[in-house]
Ligand binder design. Structure first.
Ligand SMILES: Cc1cc2nc3c(=O)[nH]c(=O)nc-3n(C[C@H](O)[C@H](O)[C@H](O)COP(=O)(O)OP(=O)(O)OC[C@H]3O[C@@H](n4cnc5c(N)ncnc54)[C@H](O)[C@@H]3O)c2cc1C
Length: 371
């Protein structure tokens, strides 16, 4: 079969590409290994809400400007878009090779030659679990963000959430709201206040052209893989301080595992400071990243090479909880989730106080700091 264009993936990006191609009368197919919006169907937790307000998600169709859609609402809207697109669901592209005059695609459903290919396979849908996790004792249950749904799916007791960017912080919140004891292994991630001078912070970013930046505009390509700053879902601010106030015990990065004992480094205070510095007036590294969250950072973030030309993995948060009885587990200092290192857990109990949102301008050149 020969066709002008093939779009691989029917997530938001693939469906947007398809709509643009249709508008311009370009003959094309959208090949999707699962169902349209597969990542949204299978990799979001129960209390999930978009952290981008309705006015910003124009692809998803009409909605209240300040609405923060749930996972099922997003799926419903993507389904509606897919109904108008030439989507072939259940067709996985297994191989993509450049040939004269285009590309050969090998799929589970035969081969296709396309003059052009749009790769829209997403960069956040392959769970990546840190090597350290493999050495945890079998009786410590482990879940990746992608398969976390609700607190009750975890065994009773405390939960260690590893990674404090977008997903890790929201899941820690979810667990705290359900009354679980939470130890949060933090990472050096910035944070954004929800509002600044009466408007959504994200609105300032849009108007400054932050989201118009292309990868080649970035002074350092590795910035694409940096963790995105925390922007709370549902129209409010979220910080490590707020999570500590709600009861989370903040610790640093896990550095060693011995059966059921986990040792952390002493970076917790520095990680809180990194969030504060990002949100502080005068120095927001706005130009640095439009990339998605990377909550698990066992090593300094580094670009992950593509496993295939059109697909690569992405770090995300990871939780583990003891499989044993509540009486013997969970509390920081107890075996299963405890920081076993001699370094103390770090917990801030004081008031966060009102943070002045950043006074910033779009940085250019090599400097991300507006000074
Ligand atoms: C936990 C989490 C929360 C997020 N929250 C937000 C948010 O609030 N707001 C926001 O704007 N963004 C959010 N994002 C980012 C979000 O993932 C992207 O905005 C959006 O889903 C990216 O769309 P995409 O089409 O590029 O990728 P995806 O939605 O991942 O779609 C890729 C599609 O390609 C398909 N596919 C992959 N490989 C193949 C193959 N070989 N053959 C055929 N099909 C294939 C997949 O099945 C999938 O359907 C979040 C991400 C995560 C992980």
């Amino acid at each position: 079969m020969v066709i002008d264009c093939v779009v691989v993936g029917a997530g938001p990006a693939g469906l947007a590409a398809s709509a643009a191609l249709s508008e311009r009368g370009v003959e094309h197919l959208v090949l999707e290994r699962g169902r349209a919006g597969e990542s949204w169907r299978t990799q979001r937790w129960g209390s999930f809400r978009l952290n981008t307000p309705g006015w910003m998600n124009q692809l998803l169709g009409e909605q209240a400007p300040d609405a923060y859609a749930t996972g099922p609402e997003v799926v419903q809207r993507l389904d509606a878009l897919a109904a108008d697109a030439p989507v072939h669901a259940g067709v996985r592209v297994e191989r993509l090779a450049a040939t004269t005059g285009g590309y050969d695609l090998r799929t589970g459903d035969g081969s296709i030659h396309a003059h052009t290919v749009v790769v829209a396979t997403g960069d956040q849908n392959l769970p990546r679990i840190p090597a350290l996790a493999r050495t945890l004792a079998d009786r410590v249950a482990q879940h990746h963000t992608a398969d976390y749904r609700v607190p009750s799916q975890l065994p009773a007791g405390g939960v260690l959430v590893v990674g404090s960017a977008q997903s890790g912080s929201q899941i820690a919140e979810d667990l705290l709201a359900a009354g679980r004891r939470v130890v949060l292994a933090t990472s050096p991630v910035g944070r954004l206040p929800w509002r600044h001078r009466g408007r959504d912070t994200i609105q300032w970013l849009v108007e400054a052209g932050f989201f118009d930046q292309r990868p080649r505009d970035l002074p350092d390509p590795s910035q694409l893989h940096a963790a995105q700053p925390i922007l709370a879902a549902g129209g409010r601010s979220l910080s490590l301080q707020a999570l500590a106030r709600a009861g989370a015990t903040l610790v640093g990065r896990p550095v060693a595992v011995d059966g059921e004992r986990i040792a952390f480094d002493s970076s917790a205070a520095a990680n809180v400071d990194a969030g504060d510095a990002f949100a502080a007036p005068g120095c927001g590294r706005w130009s640095t990243s439009s990339s998605p969250a990377a909550a698990w950072t066992p090593h300094p973030p580094s670009p992950t090479p593509p496993t295939r030309p059109w697909r690569w993995t992405r770090r995300r948060s990871w939780t583990c909880a003891p499989r044993r009885s509540p009486a013997s587990s969970g509390a920081p200092g107890s075996a299963a989730t405890s920081p076993a290192s001699t370094r103390p857990c770090w917990r801030r109990t004081g008031n966060q106080g009102a943070r002045t949102p950043p006074r910033w301008r779009r940085a250019s050149g090599t400097s991300g700091c507006a000074g």
